[in-house]
Design a protein around this ligand. Structure first.
Ligand code: FES
Length: 81
């Protein structure tokens, strides 16, 4: 299994081939990367299967996507809001 790196808000995160961005962040100890619009409560992986939309991230400047469904690619730049 090969590995590579992505960045989250400029910080390097290791990724194993085939991992989703959500799995890579979880494996790196990142448990929350956004907050709720009302109340500012932390959110990250919750369902892990694409249902709850808690895990939204911006990747390479595209509109927000679900990190739990999105396979990481070498050099992906993930930004959180
Ligand atoms: S964790 Fe629920 S949609 Fe990604």
């Amino acid at each position: 299994m090969s590995s590579f790196q992505i960045t989250i808000d400029g910080r390097p995160v290791p990724v194993e081939q085939g991992q989703t961005i959500g799995a890579a962040l979880h494996a790196a100890g990142v448990r929350a990367w956004r907050t709720t619009r009302f109340g500012g409560r932390p959110r990250g992986l919750f369902c892990g299967i694409g249902v709850c939309f808690d895990c939204l991230v911006t990747v390479n400047g595209r509109p927000p996507e679900r990190a739990c469904l999105l396979e990481a690619r070498p050099g992906d730049e993930v930004t959180t809001a």
